[in-house]
Design a protein around this ligand. Structure first.
Ligand code: NAP
Length: 248
């Protein structure tokens, strides 16, 4: 039977690439999104064209009731979840810490960190052998920003990704004996729309010379690492943060 995967923020960028690669690998996929229904519908149509079962679900991962509803929807429409990719994430407009208000920082942490925690909770309750589950795999989409700190751009975002790394390490230890693996990818500078939302559409090209490989990455290159971490090929790998960043 096909494994069931939820990709948060699966309508665009790295999430959409992950959904497509997962479908190609035979997963049944729920594509979560927050606003852009048409983009999510296009991804689902492309998954159906590959002959897999898939649907989309609108849920803001920072809203606990939304996340609970999403997992219940997947239970009833696609089956018990086997895999979760916590990919939904945002960043605010580039600025320095002294210019940030509390609302912006809280919003970043609420989506990037609290959302991932609540999604992990719902996934563990279904996957864990402790509750009669069959095990599973979780991948959190983190960032090189966790180590670099993103000065002058979004230190709040960088801090949220450091929290995600720590969630990965702690949860992996908590559930390792219950059949669940928890890993993260630390993406480098990847060509997606997220840089436009930070106020600099050309950010990847401005910074690519600082990357050892001298180029930005693609969403497919990150998705490929995510799919490996979800797969049985990574059966002895948990609690790790895999850097997908063209060198460190
Ligand atoms: P993106 O192109 O901006 O796409 C973001 C996706 O997340 C969209 O599908 C969006 O859905 C969804 N989303 C945003 N807020 C959400 C919420 N509250 N609830 C549910 N879904 C939500 O971003 P991306 O570059 O692919 O980034 C994906 C992940 O990779 C993020 O966690 C990001 O931090 C991480 N990352 C990206 C880079 C990079 O260079 N691109 C580097 C390191 C890490 P809607 O369109 O419906 O709002």
């Amino acid at each position: 039977m096909a494994k069931v995967l939820i990709v948060t923020g699966g309508s665009r960028g790295i999430g959409a690439a992950t959904a497509r690669l997962a479908a190609a690998a035979g997963y049944t996929v729920c594509v979560n999104y927050r606003n852009d229904h048409d983009a999510a519908a296009q991804v689902v149509a492309s998954l159906h064209a590959m002959g897999v079962s898939a649907n989309s679900f609108q849920a803001d991962v920072s809203v606990e009731e939304d996340v609970v509803r999403m997992f219940e929807h997947v239970d009833s429409s696609l089956g018990r979840v086997d895999a979760l990719v916590n990919n939904a994430g945002i960043l605010g407009k580039q600025c320095r810490v002294e210019e940030m208000d509390a609302e912006r920082v809280a919003r970043t942490l609420s989506i990037n960190v609290v959302g991932a925690f609540v999604c992990c909770r719902e996934a563990v309750r279904r996957m864990s052998t402790r509750y009669g589950g069959m095990g599973g795999a979780i991948v959190n989409v983190s960032s090189r920003a966790a180590q670099l700190g993103s000065p002058g751009e979004y230190v709040d975002y960088a801090a949220s990704k450091a929290a995600l790394d720590t969630l990965t390490i702690g949860l992996a230890k908590e559930v390792a004996a219950d059949g669940i693996r928890v890993n993260a990818v630390a993406a480098g500078i990847i060509y997606t729309d997220i840089h436009t939302s930070g106020g600099e559409p050309g950010r990847v090209d401005r910074l690519k010379g600082t990357i050892p490989m001298q180029r930005g990455g693609t969403a497919d290159e990150v998705a490929s690492a995510i799919l490996w971490l979800l797969s049985d090929g990574a059966s002895y790998t948990t609690g790790t943060v895999l850097h997908v960043s063209g060198g460190r």
